[in-house]
Design a protein around this ligand. Structure first.
Ligand code: PMP
Length: 376
């Protein structure tokens, strides 16, 4: 069966072998006569699925033992409140600092406001000039060397890949080198998870909504250094208290069992593909192909400053926005789906997560070339 290429930003395309395995196991998981959806979350069978999923994640990302891996619900959006509710108590003054680099980190900052005395460590929310080029707000990433971090901040929050703007910081900064040795870095890695290696010596906590690179919607993955736990606000709901979740193996209440199973299948597929290093190499090559083409023509344009162009989400504009409608309908007819850009940015956005093979990006670039010839 050939399927169209799906460039959705999320929920996003899943690897076809994963969908096929899930379909084959739908009615009868490993001979038990039940679907994974029908297994008790407290039973031995689901316990195995959960444990294997966590272990695969630990193996793929080399997660150290002093980090807990939690599976929650509520999406990355719920973490915007749960991060301060769990961690801000580490600071006597309730200080936490935020790096603003686009729509998602800005949303995190807004949602966290009621929980403490927040400050902006750095922001790309205004136009600037980079390498002689003027750059609009949210099309560049604030240089870590410029971040203003309060030494007593409970944490610094950042988003490693802004899904809407297509801005990515692939190398996480070392806050000790930035003069804030005791301050943990909290990273929203929802849209570049498992596509770049993570140096956990630089991370206090990382969270991810699974529906882009890790599986289907419905499960949120939190990876948190255990010594940061135990400071939750008394009003933090127990099912979202990281310390309680860690003590209960993420089973304080019924976890999203099927979504966790699907994440497990994606992780096994990733291992077969060569792991995170292979995904990083592939995503460099895939994104390069598209950016090189965008830079070679005035018919299309990438808006993001070169040093921070995302390898996962590639927004671009057509030189004439009247062509947006024809572009989308002709793309769909050619089997290239969900390319419409976010409404705040306009134009197009190609999301090319791990499950998108090079072939899909080649098909997109060929279509774009042919469209340019027809309409240029
Ligand atoms: N952060 C980032 C970087 C995202 O891309 C998204 C979703 N697109 C979210 C947070 C919100 O995730 P969710 O819908 O799972 O709450």
């Amino acid at each position: 069966m050939t399927r169209p290429w799906n460039f959705s930003a999320g929920p996003a395309a899943l690897p076809q072998p994963v969908l096929e395995q899930a379909a084959a196991e739908m009615l009868d998981w490993h001979g038990c006569g039940m679907s994974v959806m029908e297994l008790s979350h407290r039973g031995e069978q689901f316990g195995r699925i959960r444990d294997e999923t966590e272990q695969a994640l630990r193996d793929l990302l080399h997660i150290p033992d002093d980090f807990a891996v939690l599976f929650l619900q509520g999406g990355a959006t719920a973490q915007n409140a749960l991060v301060p509710l769990n961690l801000i108590g580490r600071s006597q003054a309730n200080h936490a600092d935020y790096v603003l680099s686009g729509r998602w980190s800005h949303k995190s900052f807004k949602e966290a406001q009621p929980y403490g005395a927040l400050a902006v460590a750095a922001s790309s929310g205004e136009a600037t000039e980079i390498d002689g080029q003027s750059q609009d707000a949210w099309t560049w990433f604030p240089e870590p060397a410029q971040w203003q971090i309060r030494p007593d901040a409970a944490y610094v929050h950042m988003c490693s890949n802004e899904t809407v703007g297509g801005v990515q910081l692939t190398k996480l900064p070392d806050l000790a080198q930035l003069g804030a040795p005791g301050v943990p870095l909290v990273v929203d890695a929802s849209s570049d998870f498992l596509s770049v290696p993570i140096d956990f010596s630089r991370v206090g906590m990382l969270y991810v909504g699974a529906q882009k690179n890790a599986g289907p919607a419905g499960v949120t993955i939190v990876i948190v250094r255990k010594d940061l736990l135990g400071h939750a606000h008394p009003l933090c709901p127990t099912p979202f208290n990281y310390a309680h979740l860690e003590a209960a193996d993420s089973m304080f209440n019924t976890p999203p069992t099927y979504a966790i199973y699907m994440v497990g299948l994606v992780l096994k597929w990733l291992q077969q593909q060569g792991g995170v290093a292979a995904m990083e190499k592939a995503s460099k090559a895939k994104s390069q192909l598209l950016y090189d083409y965008l830079d070679s023509t005035s018919f299309y344009r990438s808006m993001v400053a070169k040093p921070w162009r995302s390898r996962m989400n590639i927004p671009f504009l057509l030189h004439d926005e009247k062509l947006d409608g024809p572009f989308l309908s002709e793309a769909e007819a050619a089997g290239l789906l969900q390319l419409k850009g976010h409404k705040s940015v306009g134009g197009m956005r190609a999301s090319i997560y791990n499950a998108m093979p090079m072939q899909g990006v080649e098909a997109l670039v060929s279509f774009m070339q042919a469209f340019e010839q027809r309409h240029g």
